[in-house]
Design a protein around this ligand. Structure first.
Ligand SMILES: Cc1cc2nc3c(=O)[nH]c(=O)nc-3n(C[C@H](O)[C@H](O)[C@H](O)COP(=O)(O)OP(=O)(O)OC[C@H]3O[C@@H](n4cnc5c(N)ncnc54)[C@H](O)[C@@H]3O)c2cc1C
Length: 360
């Protein structure tokens, strides 16, 4: 029997993960994306896979499973493709530079410990031992040993290569303009022509709301711009640092500082104001020269109500949605791909995902 065919719209981390797990289960997969590849939003991500402070609600469970999957996936992708996706169990530190921030950090520690998240108070010599490059302004911190990082661009390239080795194809220049389930299959129109398949997965990030509206559907996912800056000094930093909502992340030879949260629609410009803000924060926290190398912007897919949209459409059950991962798409992308591949293969969600139903 011929392998069932799946069209995956979107070659960001969510679409690529879905293509990877589907092709691994023997599906014939074609990925459609207008380009460029790799996705600018996925590449703008800092790749931080941060700790989570407990909770038994479905989103917290998803978050924990997503976090746990990365180490194993990185090892598998290295074996399959030879690509090191840069997964590192770095640990993270939330920094406090004033008495007010110390009081807030103590609350953060208590909150996390109450929910069973490993965390520790660090100050003085212990803090300097942990992170030698901290400036004298930093007084104390909360250390989270389970924070990790992965390189989103390398992860994208490895997922694509592995998926291609399993038979998947990537067609760039093919944005989905229209889709419809017809009988037990789907018909998809792109600028380049028409495709038919057994299933369609919509993993088009911030563009989901727009396409859905065009189709007369309500999938409220909108773009929220995020920017980060790249600095020299990556080898001097050992942990993910957080201060005033901004991350400083060691990424090979570079330090990434980000990210902004901006309601600017589909505008992907970077701004000098964002760079100034990151340079200021970098210089406050680190005793290193702030040498700017570059700047990136991406469009986070923000869902209404905070939870991603996962699963089949009610009236078109062969069309699956995987969108709205907002600030956690790199963390949740691989798990999303694994869940959807399972769901499509077995006809059932692997566990109760009702809370993430696309139309809600
Ligand atoms: C500055 C910044 C920092 C971030 N930091 C982190 C972090 O530390 N950790 C974390 O987990 N997440 C982080 N994120 C969030 C993360 O980057 C996103 O959640 C994730 O990239 C979303 O992936 P996606 O595949 O859903 O969307 P995208 O990466 O945007 O991919 C969607 C793809 O769909 C394509 N597309 C659009 N329209 C169509 C169409 N009609 N047909 C076919 N294809 C289409 C696009 O071209 C694109 O390639 C950050 C984001 C930003 C901007």
């Amino acid at each position: 029997m011929a392998a069932p065919q799946v069209l995956v719209a979107g070659a960001g981390v969510v679409g690529l993960s879905t293509a990877y797990y589907l092709s691994g289960r023997g599906f014939s997969v074609q990925i459609l994306d207008p380009g460029p590849f790799p996705s600018p939003t996925t590449c703008a991500s800092l790749g931080v896979l941060t700790h989570f402070n407990g909770g038994d609600d479905p989103y917290s469970q998803l978050y924990r499973q997503g976090h746990a999957l990365h180490a194993e996936l990185a090892a598998r992708l290295r074996d399959q493709t030879g690509i090191d996706v840069g997964w590192r169990p770095l640990g993270g530190v939330d920094l406090a530079c004033s008495e007010t921030e110390i009081a807030e950090a103590r609350q953060l520690l208590a909150f996390n410990l109450e929910r069973g998240c490993p965390a520790e108070w660090v100050e003085g010599e212990d803090l300097r031992q942990l992170e030698r490059s901290l400036s004298a302004r930093v007084l104390a911190g909360v250390y989270f040993p389970t924070d990790q990082r992965v390189d989103p661009e390398l992860l994208s390239r490895a997922l694509l290569q592995a998926a291609q080795e399993q038979g998947a194809r990537l067609s760039l220049g093919e944005g989905v303009e229209e889709f419809a389930q017809q009988g037990q299959g789907v018909r998809v129109r792109t600028r380049a022509g028409e495709h038919r398949a057994d299933f369609l997965v919509l993993a088009i990030g911030a563009w989901t709301g727009e396409l859905a509206q065009h189709q007369g559907l309500s999938l409220p996912v909108r773009p929220v711009r995020g920017q980060h800056c790249r600095f020299t000094g990556g080898t001097e930093l050992r942990h993910v640092l957080r201060h005033q909502g901004i991350h400083l992340v060691p990424a090979g030879e570079e330090i990434l500082a980000g990210a902004t949260v901006e309601e600017t629609g589909f505008d992907t410009q970077t701004t000098p104001q964002a760079a100034e803000h990151f340079i200021h924060l970098f210089s406050q926290v680190l005793d290193l020269p702030a040498r700017l190398l570059g700047q990136r912007a991406g469009l986070r897919p923000k869902p209404k109500g905070g939870r991603p949209h996962l699963g089949p459409l009610q009236a078109q059950p062969r069309v699956f949605v995987a969108a709205g991962h907002y600030k956690n798409g790199v963390l949740l992308g691989p798990l999303t791909g694994q869940l959807l591949a399972d769901w499509i293969a077995t006809g059932r969600p692997p566990f109760d995902l009702q809370r993430f139903a696309p139309e809600r």
